[in-house]
Design a binder for this molecule. Sequence first.
Ligand SMILES: Nc1ncnc2c1ncn2[C@@H]1O[C@H](COP(=O)(O)OP(=O)(O)OP(=O)(O)O)[C@@H](O)[C@H]1O
Length: 645
Amino acid sequence: MDLFVINRHQETEFEENEVLNKNEKMQQVLKKIERNKKIRAKQKESKKLNTEEKLRAIQKTTENRKRRRCQRQIHEAVVNSQKELCEPKEVIERVDDIEQGKVSLEEPKNKKEKGSNDVSEIAGFTILGDTEFQKKSKIKRVLPKWLAEPTVISTNLQNLQIKTSSMSELNKKLRRKLKTKGIHFFFPVQAVVIPWLLKEIRNSSIIFPRDICVSAPTGSGKTLAFVLPIIHHLMTYKVKKIRALVILPTQDLALQVYETFKLYSVCTNIYIGLITGKKKFTVEQKQLIEEIEPFGYKTKVDILVCTAGRLVDHLKDTKGLDLKCIEFLVIDEADRVLDSVQNDWLYHLEKHLQSDDDGCHSAKVLNLLTLRGKRPPQKLLFSATLSQDPEKLQKLSLFQPKLFTSVVEKSEAEEKPDEGHSTSTFLGKYTTPNELTEKYIVCSLDLKPLVLYQFIVQENLTKALVFTNSAESAHRLVILLNSMFKGQKKVEEMPLKIDINKKNELTKSFINGVFDILVCTDRLARGIDLPGTECVISYGAPKFIKTYIHRVGRTARAGRSGLAVTLLQENQLSKFKAALSQAEKNNLEEVVINEEKLEELADQYKQALGELKDSVLEEETAELKKMKRKKRPKKMQLQTSAKSK
Ligand SMILES: Nc1ncnc2c1ncn2[C@@H]1O[C@H](COP(=O)(O)OP(=O)(O)OP(=O)(O)O)[C@@H](O)[C@H]1O
């Protein structure tokens, strides 16, 4: 029956029950909240207690530390009191005070010793080291003694003191030759270096000669400073062996030095060899050695002038080449040679010199030094921009080096200019000839050729060298200038790829004044002697201060006056001035080109630019045709030539 009982909804009863339940639940919740409150309050209290405990613990450890430190200080004070017998009472009193807590253990801040490794504490944290900023003293560069105390060379080429005829220690023939070449006085670098080298050579049978580094301005006569002593010494030998090796950075410079050696060795039995790669390898080999069967090889030269790279080629492939007897190793333009890798020449040369000895370097006179081994060649380094960097020079393992320089602190150097005393500090900077005037022109890039033209006209320049930063720029500038001058002045270019004979012809024509302006790249910047050059113009701003020094050094040579002008764009000016201040050149004069004159020339300039465009186009099409002809197979070429016939 129950199955059929229907429980109907009895609303009021249920609602009453629910209200009752709700009230109960509410009370339960309130009770729970109350309980939780109590628990939280208890927890808070216990936490508070914990932090207090912790703080107490920290205080305890700090106190412990302090106590330990106090004990340490007491101990130290006692030890010190034993040491410092002079003030025992004071120390003991202080110890007592510390023990009684009368004196603070903290040292007053101003008493802190600078630089000491202080240990201070802040709220239990130990801070190591000094928290105060200390200004570090500037590190002063210390040069090796030989660099710091050089022999000073004067830059004054006007007031010459030493007559060539009066240097009795130099061979008579050489003195006569100098006279015939119109050299009656030695330049300062020669007056100091030649007698010094001759003395070293005289003593070389007893002690090893010292190596030298010579830094003197461009055009001051450094070449003769090594050429004359070497020839003087080699004149005494009867047997032919390579006894002097002269290394240069470029073919042109090697040729120039070779010619100077040849000039002063006329009327002697000394032969000079030149290996630069200008001639075929086999031709150079024949010039150097001769095979005599069955005895082997015979050397044909006494002095070998070379470029570093070509020397390595011959060391590797020329049988019978023997450099083990060299007494002089000259490195001209030394900074450049040392910077260049050139087939790792130094490694190969050293390897060759250290290979099995044939006894060339065995001592002539037995002494303590020579007993130790063979005599190394005397190294002679020359440059107008010799480095102050001992590390660079170190790779040459110089033997007791001696420095001759004109780049010294001025005040002292001026006191004893020609005496050759070690008076001042080598600055390692650069110097230019006293006779050189330096100026600059500021102009915009698009007006540069016009400004150059106007400057040449306004100064009526002849024998001027113009340096550009690329061969292409040189070529275009020559076309432009020639079309502007219209034959009034003759401008020539020194191309990058030029046959040595043509090059010699060109330089000779320039020296002889056949044309007025020679436009070239930095290939002509170093060492080349073009006597009579009146002005050097840097059309492209030089990238490095060394480049500038060598460029401007093509003028104002051998005591003659010269002008150097650099064309700059506005944004290059500050960098240029900063670079020049390195060489203590701070007062360069600015040349201002008359703008009205430039405006007058506007039409002429436009026309010249048009001509340049046509000419460049013509050259390019000619070049293209040439390339196409080269690419065409030979058969086709023959067919076309037959057809044309
Ligand atoms: N005592 C002298 N009197 C007159 N002229 C000299 C004397 N010595 C050298 N000359 C001439 O001075 C010119 C410059 O000499 P040299 O080429 O040796 O200079 P440099 O110091 O090597 O220059 P750079 O550093 O540019 O190579 C040459 O034409 C040379 O003949």
